[in-house]
Design a binder for this molecule. Structure first.
Ligand SMILES: Nc1nc2c(ncn2[C@@H]2O[C@H](COP(=O)(O)OP(=O)(O)OP(=O)(O)O)[C@@H](O)[C@H]2O)c(=O)[nH]1
Ligand SMILES: [Mg+2]
Length: 298
């Protein structure tokens, strides 16, 4: 379905073709992921693994290209950026995102005990030391969100525009939610709490590969770099490693459209777990523990 006034109506044939193409790519991604997981990591397999990872990144990029026939799939919600910073609330359904927005801002976002209560993006403003912070409540996302499950793609598109992501987690659900969401965001090129790899990379018109490093490299070699570049049909380029990066980081640099974003892990509903557990979660890096269903007078 297209939003009113956005693009032409989709033709069922082209939608069907787009669906078949997507299924083909998904199958290829699943095959490569399987192969990577059953390949032992050692010196003898490093080239094979590097190549598989380059292929995986390529198929994932194809999956994320907005398809011409499938309408506004890759678009976010229409919410204007405002204030000094934008914070996106990302989390599974019913973890308490809307409760938190209503608690922190003067905006009320409906909260309820059933899943998928929020269906769109609801902005609120937090004023802190003279700064206006735009807090965005978003629909819950689930596994497979990056491939279009639920409103996953739209939610992720909004997350890419944020300055900070708050990953809200249900403290009673253990680490499963966090691992799944990190995987989803990772697969669409969002890198959480990591800095951009310090690699200079410039494709050239000729002259072959000029490969150099200013530090000893333990994870990449000239041959591996060349193999990965060939996968992207790049035969002439200047590559300078300024830190000991992994093949994945090198692939990120070639692909280029990665976003490096700070993420705060917020464990909500700590009233439901033991003090020892609260203490354990609170000591994790980039993590805070909260309870958001408290009544306060604003
Ligand atoms: N025990 C407890 N319950 C909470 C807390 N915060 C929120 N809840 C409850 O959790 C349920 C879901 O809260 P919502 O704020 O609607 O969750 P959401 O993440 O916005 O959910 P979706 O919009 O479906 O993605 C509601 O029944 C809230 O009252 C908390 O800190 N402790
Ligand atoms: Mg909600």
């Amino acid at each position: 379905m297209l939003a009113p006034g956005k693009g032409k109506p989709s033709n069922p044939d082209s939608l069907h073709n787009a669906w078949i193409a997507t299924m083909g790519i998904l199958e290829k991604i699943a095959e490569i992921e399987k192969e990577i997981s059953r390949t032992q990591k050692n010196k003898a397999t490093e080239y094979h693994l590097g190549l598989l990872k380059a292929k995986l990144a390529k198929y994932r990029a194809q999956l994320l290209e907005p398809s011409k026939s499938a309408g506004a799939k890759g678009e976010g919600f229409d919410v204007m950026k405002s204030g000094d910073a934008r914070v996106a609330l990302i989390g599974f359904p019913s973890v308490g995102k809307s409760t938190f927005l209503s608690l922190m801002t003067s905006t009320e976002s409906e909260a309820a005990s059933y899943e998928f209560t929020t269906l769109t993006c609801i902005p609120g403003v937090i004023e802190y030391k003279g700064a206006n912070i735009q807090l965005l409540d978003l629909p819950g996302i689930i596994e497979g969100a990056a491939q279009g499950k639920g409103r996953g793609r739209q939610v992720i598109a909004v997350a890419r525009t944020a300055d900070v992501v708050i990953m809200m987690l249900d403290a009673t659900k253990g680490d499963v939610q966090r691992e799944l969401l990190e995987k989803e965001l990772e697969s669409v090129g969002i890198r959480l709490n990591r800095t951009k790899p310090n690699i200079y990379f410039k494709p050239k018109k000729g002259g072959g590969l000029s490969y150099n490093s200013t530090v000893p490299l333990t994870q990449c070699s000239e041959k591996l770099v060349q193999l990965i570049l060939h996968e992207y049909k790049i035969f002439n380029a200047e590559v300078l490693f300024r830190e000991d990066c992994t093949p994945d980081e090198f692939i990120d640099v070639i692909v280029g459209n990665r976003v490096y974003m700070p993420c705060l892990y917020v464990y909500n509903k700590v009233d439901q777990i033991s003090m020892e557990e609260v203490d354990r979660l609170a000591r994790r890096p980039h993590s805070v523990v909260i309870r958001s269903d408290v009544c306060v007078h604003k």
